[in-house]
Write a protein that binds this ligand. Structure first.
Ligand code: 3PG
Length: 225
C-alpha cells in the first residue's frame, strides 16, 4: 500500500476578502498560517506516511503552506518541486473581483457555472501575465483563463509523470495545491462525473489521505480536520 496526501493551502488574504484569485500571487492570512500549522500536525499523525517528494505550485500561498507542513513534519530536507501545472485554475478577467460583486454583475447561475462547472471558461484576461516565474513556459500554452477541464488537462501529465511514477514504486507523495487544481485531480482519481463535480468542495488545509494499492486503485480515503 502507498499513500498520497493532498492539501489545499491555508486561507489566503484574498480568500479572507472573498476575492477571485486564480494565478494572482497572494500570501497566507494570519489564520491561513495557523491552518497550515494545523494541517502539518494532522499529517504528522497519519500512520505509515513517509513521503519521498513534495509537489506544489508556483504560487506563494501553496509554497508557504508546503514549507510550514514540512517544518512541522521534519521533512524540510525532501525534494520539493514547484510547477505551474499545479497552479490554481486561471480565473481570467475575474481575478481581483469580489465574488459577491461578481454575482451582482454576472448573476448567481453564471458565477456558479464558472466556479463549479467542468467546461465553463471564465472571461479571458486581457493580457498574458508578465511574470518571470512563467518565463520558461511556451507562451502559446500559458492560459488567459481556464475551465476546470483545461486545468485538469495541464495538470494530469505532471501527476502521471512525477507523482504516480513514484507511487508505483511504493513511495508516498505529498501535494500541496489549490481548491480547483485539487478538484481537477480528485475528479480524475475518483472518476467523479461532470454533474457530481459541481458539489465537490476542497476546504483550506484539510489533508486528504488516499491509500492506494499497487495498481494505484484507491482503497481508502480520509479527510483530516
Ligand atoms: O482562486 C480562487 O479565487 C480561490 O482559490 C478558489 O476559488 P473558488 O472559491 O471559486 O473555488
Amino acid at each position: 500500500m502507498v499513500k498520497l496526501v493532498l492539501v489545499r493551502h491555508g486561507e489566503s488574504i484574498a480568500n479572507a476578502e472573498n476575492i477571485f484569485t486564480g494565478w494572482n500571487d497572494i500570501g497566507l492570512s494570519k489564520r491561513g498560517i495557523e491552518e497550515a500549522k494545523r494541517a502539518g500536525e494532522l499529517i504528522k499523525q497519519v500512520e505509515n506516511f513517509n513521503p519521498t517528494h513534495i509537489h506544489t505550485s508556483l504560487l506563494s500561498r501553496a509554497i508557504e503552506t508546503a514549507n510550514i507542513i514540512s517544518e512541522i513534519n521534519d521533512i524540510l530536507y525532501l525534494p520539493i518541486t514547484k510547477t505551474w501545472r499545479l497552479n490554481e485554475r486561471h480565473y481570467g478577467a475575474l481575478r481581483g473581483i469580489n465574488k459577491d460583486k461578481a454575482r451582482e454583475i454576472f448573476g448567481n447561475n453564471q458565477i456558479k457555472k464558472w466556479r463549479r462547472g467542468f467546461d465553463e471558461v471564465p472571461p479571458l484576461a486581457k493580457d498574458s501575465l508578465n511574470d518571470r516565474r512563467y518565463d520558461s513556459i511556451d507562451p502559446n500554452i500559458l492560459p488567459k483563463a481556464e475551465s476546470l477541464h483545461q486545468t485538469q488537462k495541464r495538470l494530469m501529465p505532471y501527476y502521471y509523470g512525477q507523482v504516480a511514477s513514484h507511487l508505483l514504486l511504493g513511495q508516498d507523495q505529498l501535494i500541496v495545491a489549490h481548491g480547483s487544481s485539487l478538484r481537477a485531480l480528485i475528479k480524475k482519481l475518483e472518476q467523479i462525473d461532470n454533474k457530481e463535480i459541481l458539489n465537490l468542495e476542497v476546504p483550506n488545509a484539510e489533508p486528504i489521505v488516499y491509500t492506494m494499492d499497487s495498481d494505484l486503485k484507491i482503497v481508502d480515503k480520509k479527510i483530516l480536520s
